[in-house]
Design a protein around this ligand. Structure first.
Ligand SMILES: Nc1ncnc2c1ncn2[C@@H]1O[C@H](COP(=O)(O)OP(=O)(O)OP(=O)(O)O)[C@@H](O)[C@H]1O
Length: 522
């Protein structure tokens, strides 16, 4: 069970952000954000993928510089120009993925880069660690290799490292996302002991239960802006249901100036039509850093776009790979137009019309050093009509490539340009052309517009609508709720390797999908 948080009174902030803005090309990642970090408080930062949380902590930890606004530390305007300056100001950050050197012991990791850098002193370290560990109820195995620790233990070491360096502010970036339920509890209890010692904590999570159980104050970011804050006084007064409802409204409610809020909402498809693609009880064992899949079942009808929404890293990529045939360890049945395809290889499924557009368009999706023209046919190497045995049929490839470049509006200096030199949007168009031009019946898109500019994003979304309108079955995996709501007829939400609910698209879909995404079941 999650333990209830208790709440200290308000103190002067250690750090204040005042109108802090950070822009990236084409996007305002943080738009005039105000935030105060006070001693004795766990300040929870909530927001969808892309809301701007990482950018904000990037500025606090010295990795990014604001374009506008002020950061005050102990009331004085300061710059945090580098990670070591952040440490100098007493700001420690524990990133989502542990940063320990796996081949070193815990003690060696703790000695690295710290104030002991010039004159390592293991005895002094042991004494300090033992005192801290005892005060905080942590179990630390100083002689263990970092590689042999569980993720929870690695995080404890990182927290300890931040404490040994004198941090007064500790930022925990999605620290619970990879932990077991017991590990989450342990971290929550440790967070409470740290704030009791007067530290200020920033806790980023995607799970509402953790936010309400471990937090003292909650700030919500949406599209780069801070859209609300719940102060400790109100936090304590509100009952759990009201608190959750208020947070859901802040995170997923429509803001009147939200440009996407007027997006068209696709209606449901006729559910008397027989499914074109069916999945039953799909399962996959968990990997070292990836959730397994269990009990995944759904149908997609011709002409239907089934959206798969969820916070990044909840098994979406594993699902796509299992469907595409890349995971030999997958269990369950998959049928396309009534015929089982789960026994087929990647190529066999592709030949039946199943197409998978990976989110890793340059790594897995294309061969960067090969010409654009060859990348259109890279999955057919050795087969007619573009190959004759081991020989490329250059004229046939060239002619078809020219047509596809035109049809899919690929902006490339020439057909012979290595594809790695094109922009992300143009690489994605090549991949779309290759997967969709011939014989596609079921298309799986994984984050199709990730990292693309607005023009390319809109044109790719339009292509996805057209593909469905041709009667194909579409599975659209996306961590962007707006994308799913703008395109899908029906939305499945994934959390921890399962589908936690289905929502028909419509006026209430945003809130219902949002609730499922942060762990409130229907
Ligand atoms: N280095 C960068 N270059 C360009 N755009 C960026 C960069 N870093 C972030 N962005 C963009 O800024 C916006 C905010 O991203 P950010 O990573 O801060 O969100 P987040 O709330 O941390 O999301 P998540 O929960 O996925 O980690 C996003 O639209 C993202 O694409």
């Amino acid at each position: 069970m999650l333990s209830p948080a208790h709440h200290p009174g308000e103190a002067a902030p250690i750090i204040e952000l005042d109108g802090v803005t950070k822009r990236f090309p084409g996007i305002i990642a943080n738009d005039s954000v105000d935030l105060a970090l006070r001693p004795g408080e766990v300040h929870v930062l909530l927001g969808e993928n892309g809301a701007g949380k990482s950018t904000l902590i990037g500025m606090l930890s010295g990795l990014l510089q604001p374009d506008a606004g002020q950061i005050r530390i102990d009331g004085k305007v300061q710059s945090i120009g580098s990670p070591s300056q952040a440490l100098g100001h007493g700001i420690g950050t524990v990133f989502q993925h542990a940063m320990l050197v796996p081949t070193l012991t815990v003690a060696e990791n703790l000695l690295l880069g710290g104030p002991w850098w010039r004159r390592p002193n293991k005895e002094g370290l042991v004494e300090k660690v033992e005192t801290l560990a005892q005060q905080l109820g942590m179990r630390i195995k100083l002689d263990a290799l970092a590689a042999d620790l569980s993720l929870g233990e690695q995080q404890m070491v990182e927290i300890l490292r931040a404490l040994l360096r004198g941090s007064r502010v500790l930022i925990l970036d999605e620290s619970t996302s990879m932990l077991s339920p017991a590990g989450v509890e342990e971290l929550g209890a440790l967070m409470r002991r740290l704030v009791e010692r007067g530290m200020a904590l920033v806790f980023i999570t995607h799970k509402l239960r953790e936010a309400t159980a471990f937090g003292d104050r909650i700030s919500v970011l949406k599209l780069g802006r801070k859209v609300g804050e719940i102060e400790p006084g109100r936090f304590r007064e509100l009952d759990e249901d009201t608190l959750m409802a208020e947070i859901v409204e802040m995170m997923f409610g429509i803001r009147s100036d939200d440009p996407e809020s007027v997006a068209q909402v696709p209606g449901p498809v006729d559910d008397t039509i027989a499914p074109l693609f069916s999945v039953r009880d799909l399962a996959l064992p968990a990997g070292p850093n990836a959730p397994g899949l269990s009990e995944i079942s759904f149908d997609v009808r011709p002409g239907e776009i089934l959206g798969i929404a969820g916070i990044d890293g909840n098994g979406q990529k594993q699902l796509a790979e299992a469907l595409a045939g890349q995971r030999a360890d997958a269990e369950g049945s998959i049928t396309l137009d009534g015929a089982a395809i789960d026994g087929l290889t990647v190529g066999g499924r592709r030949a039946r019309g199943l197409r998978y557009l990976t989110d890793d368009r340059l790594g897995e999706g294309t061969v960067g050093s090969f010409p654009v023209a060859i990348n259109f046919f890279i999955k057919e190497v050795g087969a007619p009509p573009y190959w004759k045995g081991a020989f490329e049929r250059g004229a046939a490839i060239d002619q078809r490539a020219a047509e596809l470049i035109k049809d899919y509006d690929v902006r490339t200096p020439s057909r012979q340009t290595p594809i790695g030199q094109l922009s992300g949007g143009n690489v994605q168009k090549v991949v779309l052309a290759r997967e969709l031009a011939e014989g596609a019946r079921v298309v799986i898109y994984n984050k199709p517009t990730y990292g693309l500019d607005l023009n390319n994003t809109l044109s790719i979304r339009q292509r996805i609508r057209e593909v469905a309108a041709q009667g194909k079955a579409v599975i659209l995996i996306s961590t962007e709720l707006e994308e799913v709501l703008g395109l899908a007829n029906r939305i499945a939400v994934m959390a921890e390797g399962r589908i936690t609910g289905f929502v028909d698209n419509g006026p209430d879909a945003r809130m219902n999908v949002g609730r499922l995404m942060i762990g409130i079941s229907q």
